[in-house]
Design a protein around this ligand. Sequence first.
Ligand SMILES: *Cc1c(COP(=O)(O)O)cnc(C)c1O
Length: 433
Amino acid sequence: MGAGVLTPLLADAGLAVGPAGDLLMGEVPLRVVAEAMGTPTYVYNAAVIRERFARLDAAFGALPHRICYAVKANGNLAVLRLLADCGAGADIVSGGELLRALAAGFPAERIVFSGVGKTDDELQAAITAGVGHINVESVAELRRLAVLAEAQGARVPVGIRINPDVTAETHPYISTGKGGLKFGIPIDQLPDAYAVLDETSALVLDALAMHLGSQIMQPTPWVAALDRLLEVLANARRRGHAPTTLDIGGGIGIRYRDEAPMAPEDWVAAIHARLAATGCTVQLEPGRFLVGPAGVMLTRIVHRKHSGGREIAIVDAGMNDLLRPSLYQAWHQIVAVDAPEASTVPTDVVGPVCETGDFLGLERDLPEVPAGALLAVLGAGAYAFAMSSNYNARARAAEVLVDGDRWAEVRPRERLRDLFASETPDPFADEAR
Ligand SMILES: *Cc1c(COP(=O)(O)O)cnc(C)c1O
């Protein structure tokens, strides 16, 4: 593996090769964490998360802004608390994330509730909690929210998420700003939304919002979409609304391999003038940018084999632990923790799950380390543990937070017997036969 590819990836994660030649996160040897915790285990670097938050925050300078972390990227309470302590708000997409965000200590007014399919129960919970905004994604949802807000006698600040009909060059499963997708209200339906707002005093149009997709590497789509959003803002003002907030969504891309993601400063520079002219507070909803590079997944090689001319390393983490390679053909850099810079052979790194799509990486440059060797899968801080499952009756991994020279378990590995402890094997046992 070329050191040229590895060096920036290690730096992004706050990883370095220590005096003994193995990988350290901060000052903590990953080997020590794996020995104590077993594998697979997710390890997050608090210092990296704080630095990335601070850099994004600073990029906005004096422009009034609020960074609402997208909880779905990584909802561990320790990660959430860290970001709440940085001053972040939270962007949530379910009632479960509302509970998580409140439990982690985010003040309700710093929470924004997004999502296309919020149920009555979820909307009611958000009204009761007093979240900062509910971002509405359809006229039908707006109508429903008006009914619920009136019933509770509440005055609810809403954001309207428009669909700007802009294509972001990313994986089709994570592109969300194009017309015809399920996300946002198409601009030509906004008159219907205004009509709902005109008929109720329970809703206040406080924000206009958009979210273009995820892992976007250039400012261009935001520039194009912002022009649409600003037209909508002008129109809303003409109709007597006074939104205080422009929510420009998340989606800021990161480096997984050898990409050159836009620097946050360049991103802000490209959109600053448009935003400043509005006099609104800018709200953003980054998930991946803040936590993605900060995490690694530790896994050990269980067996090696050769087949069809290929070198295969079977590891103890599978698609249930890290779904992104199988779901999006995503690339995650894989490094041998004890020999990060050793010479390599092309190796397929595959999981134990009974699916051909169960791999972490194919034809990877890895040293021929034996069974038992420890690997680190980089870029595993976002949409990694959060997407894990119990498929194949596999317990979900442990999670660890590293902060400088300290580390702590922040979620234990699941216990196998707990996976089925609440199930009922014989539901009709009491019935007469
Ligand atoms: C997923 C999502 C985000 C976060 O996206 P990232 O690519 O992780 O920054 C922000 N806003 C909304 C509405 C989302 O659905």
